[in-house]
Design a protein around this ligand. Structure first.
Ligand SMILES: Nc1nc2c(c(=O)[nH]1)N[C@H]1C(S)=C(S)[C@@H](COP(=O)(O)OP(=O)(O)OC[C@H]3O[C@@H](n4cnc5c(=O)[nH]c(N)nc54)[C@H](O)[C@@H]3O)O[C@H]1N2
Ligand SMILES: Nc1nc2c(c(=O)[nH]1)N[C@H]1C(S)=C(S)[C@@H](COP(=O)(O)OP(=O)(O)OC[C@H]3O[C@@H](n4cnc5c(=O)[nH]c(N)nc54)[C@H](O)[C@@H]3O)O[C@H]1N2
Ligand code: SF4
Ligand SMILES: [Mo]
Length: 674
């Protein structure tokens, strides 16, 4: 009998989770003999308080899983699902990438190279550092990073200059909380106990969501509005505030301008009209308006569900304007809560080159630019993103990726849907194998993620790869940091000193405003004059129908159902979608199912003019009639025909910010006849 191998004692490494989730958990990772054996929460971050979500507990299945990319490879044979790859050395892979980039630049100009990344799950070190320096120096096309938060960002930026917003610990101070277009039970679980606490202390909870989310079940009021109709609802509340003496004149005079122009736009939106458009009972809209008018502290938690449609920018603007008109600022627990990504006001001064004035490509129209772009895209460099799974108009994206004259680099951790289209595959480290600076954006926090294990296989960090590529392209300068550690030290040194020093010395930044800013007390709008312009001219010019103007539902008799694709607890965007999960089904209300003679479990096709998705049906009452839902972040393997919700999503843009209209997909559903 063989004796068991002797094991080194296990040890725990403290780090942080950089995934695209508001919470920014601190983690304890257990390591034995160089391998991760467990991932759990740590109490270093008091807000995430020692517990984490189930998906990150399973992150080792990504690190060591069958889909993990272990070495560089070049494609042999056709592009697309099932493509064959052959292992090459890092030197050969990067030399080939450098050669193709050089050739494209010299023949078609730098704009024929398109770097494609979003970096939602990347902290301050693994996106917009050496990558940005390299692509700027190369004069490539620029990318408008609009797949998420562009409309809310445009609204928050114009109104308040993205001032820090209310954080979880202050939620229990509120008497009324409106959870608007956000489902924290999946998308940011650490918020939930604070909402419960608020309810226990007597706060009313309102949820505005087409689905009966777990929080909606526990809410005092649930407005199950039709997707894309938040603007009429918000304007009806504004109208009520203005018309009934609830507009805070003193606040409006002291801190805002153009309230009258907003009022004018709100006037047509009676409760009746708004309720009809949103397809909800009129008395519920009236009750919501009355509660908002008469409660203080009143908090609006503004999410992202309301931004992903043709009215997304104006909806977010009208929602965020409510606390100004209603006079809800200036008290703890009052005001609004939304992304705090920009709370630190950090400028990326470490990017080693100014931005060139090359063409800017909206990432939501990737398929379009790959097919129709002028100059044509000849080299596509995808990193920190899984475009084939996450971008609108999937059919067109895949057609673009199939172009035989397109050279595609995919720098990835695992064999994603996009990776199957690569000419060169480069294996990336995960956050457990490298450094990053994690930004929480629900709470306000910055925390260092550090390597817990050695790189798996031949995986390399973004810092290493972009600095090596820069050297091969002869674009590096003597003062550039080289590799991961040097880059991190450079970033620390170029941050505001108090933040950089604290991160370097303690692995976390000292909390701003003790992590609990009170709006209009501790923090003021970061607009040029610190005033809230309720009718920003620049946005009025940008919005196709003007500010606060509602654009009607795109449904037709042919495609009457609204398809939404919200975040699920299984993945973060499409990250971790490679892990086993229960069968993916389309959620539909019983009345819609009955009208189509469909039963629970039926095989269906969901289709419109753009494409088709095949899967089985789940009939349930936790979605409003007229709306159907598939999870966000699916991979092609999750449906019967290899397409996801994005095959049905138009690549039209939101009214403000050039955002994606994921929830403007209008579809029909029918049984698949075998
Ligand atoms: N587990 C998990 N967590 C995540 C993510 C994930 O994929 N999985 N993604 C992360 C990222 S990238 C982001 S941006 C955030 C997103 O987090 P959330 O803001 O929660 O975003 P969504 O899940 O897109 O939508 C939230 C809710 O809006 C509803 N909704 C859809 N359309 C409308 C509408 O027109 N109006 C209103 N009022 N509601 C609507 C949906 O039914 C859904 O319940 O979550 C982050 N956290
Ligand atoms: N239908 C539908 N689609 C949506 C949405 C929706 O609501 N509905 N929501 C959208 C939203 S909110 C977002 S934010 C986008 C996100 O879409 P994406 O930006 O595509 O995000 P992910 O799917 O998480 O893919 C990120 C990839 O980067 C890789 N990666 C992570 N870290 C590193 C690293 O350090 N180096 C390298 N080289 N690679 C790394 C991961 O392995 C992962 O495959 O999806 C959007 N797509
Ligand atoms: S995804 Fe969110 S909840 Fe899960 S560990 Fe990361 S920060 Fe925490
Ligand atoms: Mo996102």
């Amino acid at each position: 009998m063989k004796s068991a191998p002797s094991l080194a004692p296990e040890h725990i490494v403290e780090t942080a989770c950089p995934l695209d989730c508001p919470d920014g958990c601190s983690l304890n990772v257990t390591v034995q003999d160089g391998r991760i054996t467990a991932i759990d929460g740590s109490t270093a971050n008091p807000i995430t308080d020692g517990y984490i979500c189930a998906k990150v507990r399973r992150f080792t299945e990504r690190v060591y899983g069958a889909d993990r990319l272990l070495y560089p490879a070049v494609r042999k044979g056709p592009k697309g699902t099932g493509a064959r790859f052959e292992r090459v050395s890092w030197h050969d892979a990067l030399s080939l990438v450098a050669e193709k980039m050089r050739e494209a630049r010299d023949t078609w100009g730098g704009e024929s190279i398109l770097p494609y990344s979003y970096g939602g799950s990347n902290g301050l070190l693994t996106q917009d550092t050496g990558d940005a320096t390299l692509f700027r120096r190369m004069g490539t096309s620029r990318l408008a990073r609009t797949v998420c938060a562009a409309p809310t960002g445009a609204a928050n930026g114009a109104l308040y200059g993205k001032m820090p917003s209310v954080t979880y610990p202050d939620y229990p101070e509120a008497r009324l909380i409106i959870v608007w277009g956000v489902n924290p039970s999946a998308s940011g679980i650490h918020m939930v106990p604070y909402l419960r606490d608020a309810q226990r202390r007597g706060a009313k909870l309102v949820v505005i969501d087409p689905r009966t989310t777990p929080l909606a079940r526990q809410a005092d009021l649930h407005l199950a509005i039709k997707p894309g109709t938040d603007l009429p609802v918000a304007l009806a509340i504004h109208r009520y505030l203005f018309e009934n003496g609830f507009a805070d004149r003193a606040f409006l005079d002291a801190h805002t301008r153009n309230a009258d122009r907003l009022r004018e736009k709100a006037m047509p939106w009676t409760f009746e009209r708004a309720a009809a458009e949103a397809d909800v009972p009129v008395e519920l809209v009236a009750r919501l308006a009355d509660w908002y008018a008469t409660s203080s502290p009143a908090l609006i938690r503004c999410g992202w569900g309301q931004e992903r449609n043709r009215n997304g920018g104006n909806s977010s603007l009208a929602i965020l304007a409510l606390p100004a008109v209603g006079g809800k600022f200036g008290v703890r627990g009052g005001g609004y809560a939304m992304s705090n990504t920009e709370a630190w006001g950090i400028q990326r001064t470490w990017i080693g080159s100014p931005e060139p004035s090359t063409r800017r490509v909206n990432m939501n129209q990737l398929g379009r630019v790959l097919i129709e772009g002028d100059p044509p895209v000849k080299v596509l460099f995808v990193y920190n993103s899984n475009a084939a799974a996450t971008s609108p108009d999937q059919g067109r994206v895949l057609s673009g990726l199939e172009r035989t004259d397109l050279f595609t680099v995919v720098f990835e951790q695992v064999m994603t849907d996009t990776a199957h289209y690569a000419d060169v595959l480069l294996p990336a480290t995960t956050f457990l194998e490298g450094y990053d600076i994690v930004r929480a954006y629900g709470p306000i926090g910055l925390r260092l993620a550090r390597p817990v294990i050695e790189s798996v296989g031949e995986a390399r960090s973004n810092a290493e790869v972009f600095s090596e590529l820069s050297r091969l392209l002869e674009l590096n300068e003597a003062t550039d940091p080289s590799g991961e550690i040097e880059e991190m030290l450079d970033v620390f040194a170029k941050m505001p000193a108090a933040i950089g020093d604290s991160l370097r010395d303690h692995g976390a930044a000292v909390p701003l405003y003790e992590g609990r800013p009170v709006q209009f007390v501790d923090v003021m709008p970061r607009t040029a004059d610190h005033i809230v312009d309720l009718f920003p001219e620049a946005l009025d010019r940008e919005a196709p129908a003007g500010l606060y103007t509602y654009r009607p539902d795109p449904a037709t008799t042919e495609f009457p159902l609204a398809l939404i694709s919200p975040a699920s607890e299984r993945t973060i965007s499409s990250t971790l979608a490679e892990l086993p999960r229960p069968e993916v089904r389309l959620l539909m209300h019983p009345s819609d199912a009955a009208a189509r003679h469909l039963e629970d479990g039926a095989a269906v096709r969901i289709f419109n003019a753009l494409g088709e998705v095949r899967c089985n049906l789940q009939v349930g009452t936790w979605i409003r009639p007229g709306t159907v839902s598939l999870p966000k972040g699916l991979w092609r393997r999750h449906t019967a025909n290899g397409y996801t919700a994005n095959a049905l999503v138009p690549d039209t843009l939101t009214d403000l910010g050039g955002g994606a209209c994921f929830n403007d997909a209008r579809v029909e559903v029918e049984a698949v006849v075998n």
